[in-house]
Design a protein around this ligand. Structure first.
Ligand code: BMA
Length: 358
């Protein structure tokens, strides 16, 4: 495979003197198995901004009180759906129950979120009996083959592990068996089978506000039985020195799997959640090819620093347009609201490679 394939399309970006301009497309990094998303929500990098990832100027795009009953809406996942967009949202209500709600959007920016939480259908009565709903949070959503798979932090006996379910229409949601034993968080699926197996990241943890954690991945022939566990990454640099966890669904590129992940620093005033990117081997995704030594986005805007939990930027989804390499990232802010940020595949891959600690 030529890792520097150039693809040309009519409507894309080139970079000139650090500014995005409309023009002839020349993407250095090719997106594999991606889809055209000409309606991807997008804002050009603001004049004078030198950051690899830049924020939307209308952040936060989802306020905490979008629903009459919501205390906060954050750490949520969106996908392209029927030419528009749909998603699964973490909604904590005013009793402080944590649930997942479905939502819809024409443009990926303005969202209608259902007031009613998702009622999961258990196709197997034994699963229903063994795993009654208690709480669920931090959903991710991944199109694989013929449906949208959803993973989330799910209570089993009031102890967090990874819940698994699916939907085809964002109206009817089916719940499967939990993937793992407690304690676990940040279950994130890959968008296709690798070597004949489904693959999912997770971050084994403890019952509380886990003061540790490495990223692992597990493999499954059937979405039910998960094994062949592999260690992927441990905390490394200062910004992520306490614990790390997978974020959006990995993006397949000619350089490897592009992932965004969060990292936590323990300061004298509490945890600080930032995020960055890494590139993993396509066939053995537990092998890290490049890993950015620096964070790419950290809490510094008011809505990221002030809220129910201060200093949190927590990405759970990324849209990607295969034609232009544009990426729109959705991230939770201060455990309170949802914001968006933008980058391009070329820029983020180039930066990660040049600033890699691996
Ligand atoms: C993690 C999770 C996230 C949350 C973060 C910061 O452990 O609970 O949902 O955003 O802590 O509070």
């Amino acid at each position: 495979m030529n890792h520097y394939d150039i693809i040309n399309t009519k409507s894309a970006l080139t970079l000139l003197n650090g500014n995005n301009i409309q023009g002839e497309l020349s993407m250095n990094v090719k997106i594999i198995n991606g889809t055209s998303l000409p309606n991807i929500p997008w804002q050009d990098r603001p004049a004078g901004c030198k950051d690899v990832i830049w924020r939307a100027d209308n952040n936060p795009i989802i306020p905490r009180d979008l629903l009459p009953t919501s205390n906060s809406i954050f750490n949520s996942a969106v996908v392209p759906f029927e030419g528009k967009f749909a998603g699964v949202f973490r909604v904590d209500d005013k009793e402080r129950n944590m649930a997942i709600h479905a939502g819809f959007s024409d443009d990926g920016v303005h969202w209608n979120i259902n007031e009613e939480k998702v009622e999961w259908i258990n196709d197997d009565p034994e699963t229903a009996e063994a795993n009654p709903w208690q709480y669920g949070y931090d959903p991710r959503c991944c199109w694989i083959e013929d449906r949208y798979w959803i993973t989330w932090c799910n209570a089993y006996g009031w102890k967090p592990t990874i819940g698994v379910g699916w939907t085809k229409d964002f109206k009817e949601f089916h719940q499967c068996e939990n993937a793992y034993l407690p304690f676990n968080r940040n279950g994130v699926m890959f968008p296709r089978k690798i070597n004949g197996k489904y693959v999912m990241f997770s971050r084994p943890s403890d019952s509380g506000h886990t003061p540790f954690g490495d990223m692992y991945l597990s493999q499954s022939p059937d979405m039910k039985y998960w094994g062949e566990h592999r260690h992927v990454m441990a905390p490394n640099k200062g910004w992520e020195s306490l614990k790390i966890g997978a974020g959006p669904i990995p993006i397949e590129t000619s350089e490897g799997w592009l992932i965004f992940y969060h990292g936590v620093l323990q300061s004298c005033n509490g945890y600080v959640y930032s995020f960055s990117a890494a590139i993993l081997d396509i066939d053995k995704p537990w092998k890290v090819k490049y890993r950015c030594a620096e964070y790419l986005l950290n809490p510094r805007e008011y809505y990221e620093c002030v809220g129910d939990v201060q200093n949190v930027t927590f990405p759970c989804a990324a849209l990607c347009d295969a034609d232009t390499g544009r990426i729109a990232i959705y991230y939770g802010c201060a455990d309170t609201c949802v914001s968006m940020a933008f980058t391009t595949v070329d820029e983020v891959v180039d930066y990660v490679k040049k600033h890699s600690s691996v």
